[in-house]
Ligand binder design. Structure first.
Ligand SMILES: [Zn+2]
Length: 122
């Protein structure tokens, strides 16, 4: 269950950040999910809802953006970022490619919009 690992990572990042302080305002977590991951955006959101219950971070907003994945073509020597799964080089159609799977998921940043602060949207 990859979703669970990702959600646990988000919750522990939030715990580290707030360290038992009371969260004052609306918290957004910006994460990136590889388009090649088996985990979908929806799957991640649903798991978050389930697993964050009683963590104190149930109301956190998750912004999920696609992670850029690097593709290297050994024929035309292109290196480019892809956002959809592929088995061929988008430039020359060669199948002699390497795709960097190193990262499937990462937490980019945690933002707080304070209720009375200047970042408030209300
Ligand atoms: Zn190529």
């Amino acid at each position: 269950m990859h979703e669970t690992a990702f959600v646990n990572e988000i919750i522990s990042a939030l715990r580290n950040k707030f360290n038992k302080e009371k969260v004052d305002g609306e918290v957004s977590v910006n994460v990136r999910l590889s388009p090649l991951s088996h985990v979908s955006k929806e799957g991640l959101r649903n798991s978050y809802q389930e697993l964050s219950r009683s963590s104190g971070f149930e109301d956190v907003r998750l912004n999920i953006e696609p992670l850029k994945v690097l593709l290297i073509c050994h024929d035309c020597k292109s290196s480019l970022f892809i956002s959809t799964p592929t088995i061929k080089c988008p430039r020359c159609n060669s199948e002699s490619i390497s795709i960097n799977f190193e990262k499937e998921f990462l937490i980019e940043s945690i933002e707080i919009n304070k209720k009375d602060g200047k970042f408030s949207k209300n």
